[in-house]
Design a protein around this ligand. Structure first.
Ligand code: UT7
Length: 346
């Protein structure tokens, strides 16, 4: 165990990013491909969402398959010094392989991590930030020294392929980070994570069938209830308000100002939402990270995929103070800051 006994000023250790990796299924699906089976067009999708193409799971490919690949890459990125000491796996997902049990234990086992603690966190598009808070809690409480946090969703399996308002947005993928115990003042240290929820608006984005509510009714699921329903316009409005507000609070909690933010890594929900959130926060265009054009909305995976892609293409570099923020079904939202460490995506 290399655990520092305490963080700065005698407090608990911080959680520090030590590695990152991401994975998307092969074979991008273009807007043109979708327009062959849906009443939509490349022009509509590009102008309303900013998406040109996305990746979808292959037949037979499940969330654990995406998670294992992203997790393996993050472990490679962290190197043996940290990878061999991983003692917990947190998987943020809303599309577990099965309703029971959680998918994380199988992912940990397939990654060769033995009998480490492993569990799922379900917070839909805010899954990475909820997972980050959970993993950080494990580290600061002394339950774990190194946590592999994976955010993975095969969300297209919940989307009605005939629903043009959701089928053009959602996509599949996975991103992962290795977190280790460290000092709050070192690069990669995760700042305070701000989280929130509003269950009174759960109906704005929901999959009505398949859960205990429907099963306990004694009635079979109604046709279509196995698919996502989204009130797009209302969701859009709440997304902007909640991400902007959570961002302000996370920046304040970290003891800095919005002018100190070098990069904004917001959940890739819709390019217009991202622009509006950044404008509300006064973050100029050259400080906004985005990969929505080629990945669409990958739900929990969105932020770590964006961080990995941006670190790979050089738009995010060591020393940047990056603001993370997400919003989605629940409703649930969150934000945090990280000073980006010197890590090479695996
Ligand atoms: O991941 C976090 C949670 N999700 C979000 O944050 C998503 C938030 N919402 C959105 O991104 C947008 O609301 C959408 C992209 C889903 C929709 O864009 P919009 O500009 O809000 O369009 P709308 O729903 O108001 O629909 C406008 C029109 C409608 O036609 P009419 O009624 O005006 O004739 C829709 O039927 O656009 C139509 N439409 C489409 N047309 C072509 C909806 N989807 C499509 C489509 N292609 N794919």
């Amino acid at each position: 165990m290399n655990r520092p006994l305490e963080g700065a000023g005698g407090g608990p250790p911080a959680s520090v990013i030590a590695g990152i990796g991401a994975y998307v299924p092969p074979n991008p699906v273009t807007n043109h491909d979708l327009s062959l089976r849906l009443d939509t067009s490349d022009e509509w999708i590009r102008s309303r969402t900013g998406i040109s193409s996305r990746h979808m799971v292959l037949p037979g490919q499940a969330t654990s398959d995406l998670a294992v690949e992203a997790g393996r890459r993050a472990l490679e990125s962290a190197g043996p010094e940290h990878a061999e000491g991983v003692d917990a796996v947190v998987l943020a997902t809303t599309t577990p392989d099965r309703a029971c049990p959680a998918t994380a234990p199988e992912v940990a086992w397939r990654l060769g991590l033995g009998t480490v603690a492993a569990f799922d966190v379900s917070a839909v598009c805010s899954g990475f930030l909820y997972g980050l808070a959970t993993a950080t809690g494990l580290i600061t409480a002394g339950t774990a020294d190194r946590v592999l946090l994976i955010a993975a969703d095969a969300f297209t399996t919940l989307v009605d392929p005939r629903d043009r308002s959701t089928a053009v947005i959602f996509a599949d993928g996975a991103g992962a980070v290795v977190l280790r115990a460290g000092r709050p003042d070192e690069p990669g240290a995760v700042g305070p994570v701000v989280l929130g929820s509003d269950g009174s608006l759960a109906g704005l984005l929901e999959v009505p069938g398949g859960g205990s509510r429907q099963r306990a009714s004694g009635e079979p699921a109604r046709p279509g209830d196995e698919f996502l329903r989204m009130a797009g316009r209302d969701t859009y409005r709440h997304a902007v308000e909640r991400m902007a507000d959570a961002s302000r609070r996370a920046v304040k909690a970290a003891g800095c100002g919005l002018a100190d933010i070098d990069r904004l890594a917001a959940h890739q929900a819709n390019a217009r939402i991202l622009t509006t959130v950044a404008e509300h926060l006064g973050i100029p265009e050259d400080r906004r990270l985005s990969n929505i054009d080629r990945n669409g909305n990958t739900v929990a995976a969105s932020i770590p995929l964006l961080l990995a892609d941006s670190a790979t293409d050089g738009s995010l570099t060591a020393g940047h103070r990056v603001l993370l923020t997400a919003f989605g079904a629940g409703l649930a939202w969150g934000a945090a800051t990280v000073q980006w460490p010197d890590v090479k995506p695996g």
